[in-house]
Design a protein around this ligand. Structure first.
Ligand code: SF4
Length: 435
């Protein structure tokens, strides 16, 4: 059957979870596109021949959402070949196998080879052998995003008591620096103004390569044409002076924002969680960053209801929010995960206590965040426009403050422009684009 008659297979990728999962999905997408497949963006699009569900397993709720999504897609597209991958399928393949209609489960590390295998097997995609076996050049497209996430490492060597991620992502391993630099350069050339460096535990970057995260950040910041380099979630113990040096040195490009998951404000609970730092250390890092980096802002993750958490321990977490002045707190309720040391602990708390504390934490966090954001009213800040609807647009400041703004003319997503900050509404800054 000649190339022309051959049916162009259509695929749909649905991704749950973190930036790393979204990056992995874009790798699968770019490999399928290079082999002549057609990408469908929504479940309502034409009937796909192939469906990929990239699952998350950070909490029991993520597992449930994964099952729900797989079943819904199979009901909607009964003739499609359904492949499931990601953290949930790594941890619980049997639970996925039990879902009728799932064609195969693919290991995270096997995702790209799988594309070649099925292309061969199904005779799908282009027959151009060179394209088929061309070495991967990384992604050049981040579908439906104005900021491009670039995975720099995978896996984690730590064993936090509540976390199941190492079970699905394995030991820490870093991508070669040149490969990352080339991919970032490609994305910048494809028009992405902001590169977000992500991973499972990015502070582990460079282990065994005799370099570290600061070296990588400096290298990416030197790429010609890159406008913004953002460092995504970083374990507090990895927020060291070497990293602050680079952030200070290249403050013109590196965003003055870090997401440092604190998890708890109580040293007793941090020890039980097996988190390798104390509250004093965390406060010292926050203060140092604020002294060295202009407009530096900080967000975090805090968990409520870890086994053994008393009222006093929880009060320490609230006190941490008051002292650290986070621009955003992602609150999590403790979730029992199999094969974690926390599960075997005594003193598990009743769900209503966990939820009550989470509500109280959210209330204080929102109040504090509003105070943090209000200090920017009256300033002119550079915004990266992400969405735009006629004269209304929205995007992020360099220090990661979500902003809604008006403009005289529609602003194409991906545009960097100065905005006069005029107010705050529903936790978001508001303003007007300067002409
Ligand atoms: S650092 Fe801790 S919380 Fe983060 S992935 Fe590793 S084990 Fe999980």
């Amino acid at each position: 059957m000649s190339q022309k008659e051959k049916k162009t297979p259509r695929f749909l990728i649905q991704t749950l979870g973190c930036k790393v999962n979204q990056y992995d999905s874009e790798r699968i997408r770019s490999r399928l596109l290079r082999r002549g497949y057609q990408s469908l963006l929504s479940q309502d699009d034409a009937s796909p021949d192939l469906i990929i569900v990239n699952t998350c397993s950070v909490t029991a709720e993520s597992d449930r959402k994964g099952r729900q999504m797989i079943r819904k897609l199979i009901r909607r597209h009964p003739h499609a070949r359904v492949m499931v991958t990601g953290c949930y399928s790594e941890r619980k393949p049997k639970e996925i196998e039990r879902i009728e209609g799932v064609s195969e489960i693919v290991a995270i590390q096997d995702q790209e080879n799988w594309v070649d295998r099925i292309s061969e097997e199904m005779g799908w995609g282009c027959e151009d052998q060179d394209a088929l076996w061309a070495p991967e050049q990384g992604i050049e497209l981040f579908e439906e995003h104005t900021r491009a996430f670039v995975k720099i490492q995978d896996g984690c060597d730590l064993r936090c008591a509540f976390c199941s991620i190492p079970q699905s992502r394995g030991r820490a391993r870093s991508r070669p620096l040149d490969e990352i630099r080339d991919e970032c350069l490609q994305l910048v050339r494809c028009g992405y103004p902001e590169i977000v460096l992500c991973g499972i535990c990015i502070g582990h970057y460079g282990r065994g390569l005799s370099l570290g995260l600061p070296d990588l950040v400096r290298t990416v910041a030197q790429i010609e044409g890159v406008k913004r380099v953002r460092i995504s979630s970083l374990e507090p113990q990895h927020a060291d002076d070497a990293l602050f040096d680079v952030m200070e040195e290249r403050g013109d490009v590196i965003c003055p924002h870090l997401h440092l998951p604190l998890q708890s404000g109580s040293n007793k609970i941090l020890r039980r969680m097996r988190r390798p730092y104390t509250m004093d250390y965390f406060l010292e890092r926050v203060q140092t960053a604020r002294e060295r980096l202009p407009d530096y802002e900080l967000s975090t993750d805090i968990m409520t209801g870890f086994p053994g958490e008393t009222d006093e321990d929880f009060e320490c977490s609230l006190e941490a929010v008051r002292q650290c002045q986070f621009n955003k707190v992602h609150s999590f309720r403790y979730s029992m995960r199999e094969n974690t040391s926390a599960l075997r602990m005594q003193d598990h708390l009743p769900p209503q206590i966990i939820d009550e504390r989470r509500r109280e934490l959210d209330r204080l966090a929102d109040e504090t965040a509003d105070r943090v954001k209000s200090k920017y009213i009256g300033r002119i800040l550079e915004i990266l426009a992400e969405t735009s609807d006629h004269a209304n647009a929205a995007g992020f400041t360099k220090n990661y403050l979500r902003t809604d703004f008006r403009s005289a003319a529609p602003v194409p997503p991906g545009t960097l422009l100065p905005v006069h900050i005029e107010g705050l509404r529903n936790g978001r800054l508001t303003g007007r684009a300067l002409e």
